[in-house]
Design a protein. Structure first.
Lengths: 901, 272
């Protein structure tokens, strides 16, 4: 909370929530990962110098190939693009910052710490070595060499943390672009780069959710030894391999557009600026992009043409795949036609744009080859694929390098050295093509293999030389950009002629508050209104991103009371490193304990932080006291399970690290929740189509949309697996002693009643949470005859009832699980049926638990006077209610699927 | 495996080889050539046109004083972007759709053409092949089971010109079975069976390679496939009862030994 220290201070970069600072942090971090993954790529090229390899072992090569893919795609390409998105999108649409600045900082820190977790995996024996596609069952412990098990799991957990970053970022950008545009800037008027980011985050929101589900399933196979992909015996399940490919590519194909689209948007802006001509067919360009965004979700099986999917499905996927190349044709032609009659200046950004277009055209044409199934049969698993996707995906890197030169003057206020920029382009373009084009020539080299035909070696050596040239070209860029920082080539507003979007209309680098006045397009072109006038004497509506509005607002203009600094994002995110590190090495018998022990820590933290922030109230004391019996209870369970002394003595250091991570995470999350952090919602803004939804509510809707996909993927995985085993046979197999390693593991009975009772409990709790909100918004106290109850107490009562309903749900579920797991010996890994049942309903149970923890926070806040009454905003209760209804609705799907059918 | 002997005998006896007009190699080569030809032409045309325009409409004007870019000019016939304007399109939409239409026709044409070949390849898989071999991938080699019941984890030995159907699966993790010179490829997935086929037109040594990362031995997971000349196979059938796995094994062992001793060197047409 409060003001930012200057940029020269280290503290500034730890506490900042400003989008421009975050953009720069993203940029530097992603470039670090580029260098790291680039070094890995050079290792690959050195290994390929001769058939049979040179310097790497089998396991070493597999690790390098795998982590090169992971890091380039996840920790370099997307964040590199989002560095610009962070910096430029608010400037282009005329917003002071993103809608949720603290969450934006959290996105960055989660990204960084997930990357650290990923890098750490190299030092845990070995990192993941099953390829970035991580096909099952090579991705489960049964098939990972023992020395690599811990590091592999750490990699998977790092990916999960990264998806956390991505999801928060997507919610943030969607809310920002829909709700915070300058007046007059309609959706269709949003500059192309921002539009491309919008389409990208929509894809991210859904695609990464599916990947998250896949990774949670995989983690569960690692940590809890469920058997989605391989049975207890180590044998692969009949369904696991295909299930993974479906889940992975449902994410994986949109992912290639996710990394490409922001670059495409930047390309369009650069071509427009340096051609000095408006984009031809701008509307169609945008429609084409949106079309690709939607279509990208129905092409994934073209990665699976050689699996056992049938001809009809292959045909559909072939048609959609080939059709998806057509919108790209339109976009490429639009860019080319834009140059006609232009005043084209061959500046460095334009050179990179031109080079990237050439590269992309080659990549696109060779992609059409792959769409023809018969050709794909032969190209599958060869260097044709490798060359093709580097030509497309690395073309996005080339564009974004151009974007670095394009926006560098805006970010730094200094001009780079043009000669060195051109030298960089020349060397990188030559290096790039020397690196990747030979791969088309010797395409018959199998992928991820360093034993190849002796006749291919010359071409591979050429590629290696090209790789080193390409790498060396970046040294020129680093030198250029670093030295230019201290040059006297100052830039005022825009160094470029014919630049049109709003970021060029302000000084370079822009001030903290971005604009000299309230930006507006209401007159048909950009001008800056006087702030005081624009916001008038009207009280500014304050929104908080999950935090709590400070009381007693002033009528000052927004820039004077917007908060910019918060320690919590970095503190919360740091817990991910410890929690992830701890989980990666936990044995199955210790798996749930760090999480369980974090629950009393969370409750105690609500009490402690609540007393600090809101002043001590009895409820805070109650929470602190409540945590003691909870801890004792957990200790008793722990004792029954492990023996208290032996259990703690035998616990590995991973257990303690994990415990520290979870407890730290609990405490900091509570701290974040209690922090008062002001983010004024713009009074005047173009907000179609979400005029009537406030920012936080839209954010919650968007988040729930991604959660729907997560559960959709879980339910899809269940249905898919069940079909593979025979829909009708499913429960019979679970009950068949012959189908199990030991006869007593078979399921004896699976009663419906607990599920039915739970359905009623959840529905009732959905009702009470609505009543809680109604009571909070009730203007006066309730009275019935002689009885009267204040609306605050009524709210508290209904919240508590909701909490009790959830408690009943969990208790009931606990009884059911104890019966199934302990009494019937139907443990997680005895069969696929048990795995899908426990994990899917368990994920739902986890949502219930998280909802209960949030309720405890809400109850404490309500008790001390928040949410209820005229001058309080009950919005937070409403947003929680949305979440809670969602949890109920999910159960309405799970109940029939897992109990009745 | 009933009837397997019949199939094998028919290979010799009546010489009733399933006569296919095109092998997978033919289909691939034909299609690849078409795509490569058209792709190269389209690529050259589009890239040349791009470079032509980028060069033709470049401006030689020097940077304006105190700036890093040219002076902005206002033309009468072209509306240029201006700082702070509402974005809008330039003219040229018709041309855009014309080129879009042309590329759509090219791409769709290619796809319809390639789809007909796909149907050919897939339908042929349903035709009764001359012999069938079950392939099972495991870390890190291939296990074969012939339809007479003979099993080996060594080389696959098949006669030239016979249509060989493969049923591919895996014992452990996912592999991909591919005989490169014969353009046969199929995923080997645990718990699933996939099918493909090939027909060699030239006897020789080929290689069965794993095309899906399958663990630490993946890089060197390749084994020879020996396509023996038809006369060698027929001679074997005269001397041994190929429907009996043990007799077939004798012939197989002798053949492998002869091959390793270089006795086939002058008869094999291809070494891949």
């Amino acid at each position: 909370m409060g003001d930012l220290p200057p940029r020269s201070s280290v503290k500034r970069w730890l506490v900042t929530t400003n989008h421009k600072d975050i953009g720069i942090l993203y940029l530097l971090t992603s470039v670090f990962f580029l260098v790291f993954a680039g070094a890995l790529a050079l290792l690959i090229r050195i290994q390929m110098l001769q058939s049979g390899g040179t310097i790497l072992s089998n396991a070493g090569y597999n690790q390098v190939v795998t982590s090169h893919g992971f890091i380039m795609i996840f920790w370099f390409l997307s964040p590199f693009a989002f560095a610009f998105a962070n910096y430029v999108v608010p400037l282009q649409i005329g917003a002071d910052d993103l809608a949720f600045p603290r969450l934006n900082a959290m996105s960055y820190w989660l990204y960084l710490f997930s990357g650290i977790l990923m890098l750490g995996s190299f030092f845990q024996g070995a990192t993941f070595m099953g390829g970035w596609t991580a096909y099952a069952p090579l991705n489960v412990p049964a098939y990972i060499p023992e020395f690599g098990e811990v590091g592999s799991f750490a990699t998977i957990l790092a990916l999960i943390a990264f998806i956390g970053s991505v999801t928060i970022g997507s919610v943030n950008f969607l809310t920002t672009i829909y709700r915070m545009r300058a007046p007059g800037l309609r959706m269709r008027d949003v500059p192309l780069f921002s539009i491309s980011v919008l389409i990208t985050v929509w894809m991210m929101l859904f695609a990464f959710a599916a990947y998250l589900a896949a990774l949670i399933i995989l983690s569960s196979d690692h940590l809890l030894h469920t058997s989605y992909f391989a049975l207890e015996s180590g044998a692969a399940t009949d369904s696991g391999s295909l299930l993974w490919t479906h889940l992975f590519w449902f994410f994986g194909h949109p992912e290639v557009y996710i990394v490409f689209f922001p670059a495409l948007g930047a390309l369009a802006e650069m071509v427009q600026t340096f051609s000095g001509r408006r984009l031809v067919g701008r509307k169609w360009f945008i429609i084409a992009m949106a079309l690709v965004g939607i279509q990208s979700f129905i092409v994934w099986m073209h990665h699976m043409f050689l699996t056992s999917i049938n001809l009809e499905i292959k045909t559909v996927m072939m048609v959609t795949t080939v059709a998806i190349s057509l919108p790209f044709d339109l976009m490429v032609f639009s860019l080319i036609y834009t140059m006609i009659k232009g005043k084209i200046r061959w500046k460095t950004p334009f050179l990179f744009s031109l080079g990237a277009l050439i590269i992309f055209i080659i990549g696109g044409i060779t992609g059409v080859f792959l769409g023809a199934i018969v050709l794909d049969y032969s190209f599958r698993g060869t260097y044709w694929v490798v060359a093709h996707f580097h030509y497309v995906m690395a073309s996005s890197a080339v564009i974004l390098i151009g974007a670095v030169y394009y926006w560098y003057p805006k970010m730094t206020g200094k001009m780079y050295n043009e000669f060195l920029g051109k030298a960089h382009f020349l060397l990188s373009f030559v290096g790039f093509n020397m690196l990747y084009f030979p791969m088309f020539v010797v395409w018959e080299t199998p992928r991820r293999v360093f034993h190849y035909d002796a006749g291919f070696s010359t071409w591979h050596q050429v590629a290696t030389v090209g790789g080193f040239l390409f790498a060396a070209s970046f040294l020129i860029m680093f030198y250029n950009l670093f030295v230019s920082l201290y040059s006297d080539r100052h830039v005022e507003g825009s160094p470029w002629s014919y630049a049109s979007s709003a970021e060029w209309a302000i000084s370079s680098p822009p001030p903290l508050e971005n604009f000299p006045g309230k930006p507006s397009f209401a007159t048909g072109e950009l001008n800056f209104l006087d702030r005081a006038e624009a916001d008038g004497g009207v009280e500014t509506e304050a929104a908080t991103d999950g935090g709590v509005a400070a009381e007693g607002e002033t009528l000052a203009p927004p820039e004077e009371h917007a908060d910019h600094a918060s320690w919590w994002p970095v503190l919360v995110s740091a817990s991910v490193v410890f929690a992830g590190l701890g989980l990666s090495g936990l044995s199955v018998s210790y798996a749930v304990w760090p999480f369980l022990f974090a629950i009393p820590a969370f409750i105690a933290a609500i009490g402690i932080e609540g007393a600090r922030q809101d002043g001590f109230a009895p409820i805070h004391g109650l929470y602190m006291l409540l945590s003691f019996p909870l801890v004792s209870l957990l200790f008793i369970f722990f004792h029954l399970h492990h023996g208290l002394v032996d259990g703690l003595a035998n616990a590995s250091s991973y257990f303690w690290v994990g415990l520290a991570g979870f407890v730290w995470g609990s405490y900091t999350l509570v701290g974040l929740g209690y922090e008062s952090f002001e983010v004024p919602e713009p009074r005047l803004a173009e907000q179609w189509p979400f005029d009537s939804v406030e920012n936080t509510k839209l954010g919650m809707w968007v988040f729930l949309a991604s959660d729907i996909i997560v559960f959709g993927a879980f339910i899809g995985a269940y249905i898919f697996t069940r079909f593979e085993y025979g829909w009708q046979d499913w429960w019979h197999i679970a009950e068949d002693p012959a189908a199990h390693a030991m006869a007593e593991q078979a399921l004896e009975h699976h009663p419906i009643l607990p599920g039915l009772i739970n359905t009623y409990l959840l529905l009732a709790s959905s009702f009470t949470v609505v009543l809680a909100l109604a009571a909070a918004r009730h203007k006066s106290d309730y009275s019935l005859g002689p009885f009267s109850i204040s609306n605050r107490h009524a709210t508290l009562g209904f919240l508590t009832l909701t909490f009790l309903g959830a408690t009943g749900f969990l208790l009931n579920k606990g009884i059911e699980w104890v019966d199934l797991y302990l009494h019937q010996n139907w443990t997680f890994n005895v069969d696929v049926m048990a795995s899908t049942f426990y994990l899917t309903t368990g994920m739902h149970g986890l949502h219930v638990v998280i909802g209960m923890l949030v309720m405890l926070f809400l109850i404490a806040r309500t008790y001390t006077g928040a949410y209820v009454g005229d001058d309080e905003d009950a919005g937070t209760l409403e947003y929680f209610g949305l979440y809670w209804h969602f949890v109920d609705i999910v159960w309405l799907f799970l109940f029939p699927l897992f109990y009745i059918l | 495996m009933l009837g397997s002997g019949v199939t094998l005998t028919s290979l010799l006896g009546a010489g009733t080889l399933a006569s296919l007009s095109r092998t997978q190699v033919d289909v691939f080569s034909q299609l690849y050539l078409a795509f490569l030809g058209l792709g190269t032409i389209v690529g050259i045309v589009v890239i040349s046109y791009l470079l032509y325009n980028a060069y033709k409409y470049r401006t030689d004007a020097p940077d304006a004083d105190g700036r890093y870019d040219v002076e902005e000019e206002i033309d009468d016939d072209v509306v240029r972007p201006q700082l702070g304007e509402m974005p809008s399109s330039a003219k040229g939409g018709k041309k855009l759709f014309l080129s879009f239409g042309i590329s759509a026709v090219i791409v769709l044409g290619l796809i319809i053409y390639s789809y007909s070949l796909l149907l050919y390849v897939e339908d042929t898989g349903d035709v009764d092949p001359d012999m069938e071999v079950d392939v099972e991938g495991f870390q890190f080699a291939w296990a074969y089971e012939y339809d007479n019941g003979f099993e080996t984890t060594g080389e696959l030995v098949v006669p030239n010109e016979a249509v060989v159907g493969l049923e591919v699966t895996s014992r452990d993790v996912m592999h991909n079975y591919g005989i490169r010179g014969l353009r046969a490829k199929s995923d080997a997935i645990p718990g699933q069976t996939t099918e493909t086929w090939f027909q060699a037109e030239e006897s020789g040594e080929y290689q069965a390679i794993c095309f899906e990362l399958c663990g630490n031995g993946h890089s060197s997971m390749r084994e020879d496939v020996l396509v023996v000349p038809t006369n060698v196979w027929e001679q074997g059938q005269e001397e041994y009862d190929f429907s009996d796995p043990e007799e077939f094994e004798q012939w197989y062992d002798e053949t492998i030994e002869a091959w390793e001793n270089g006795e086939f060197d002058d008869q094999l047409e291809v070494t891949n």
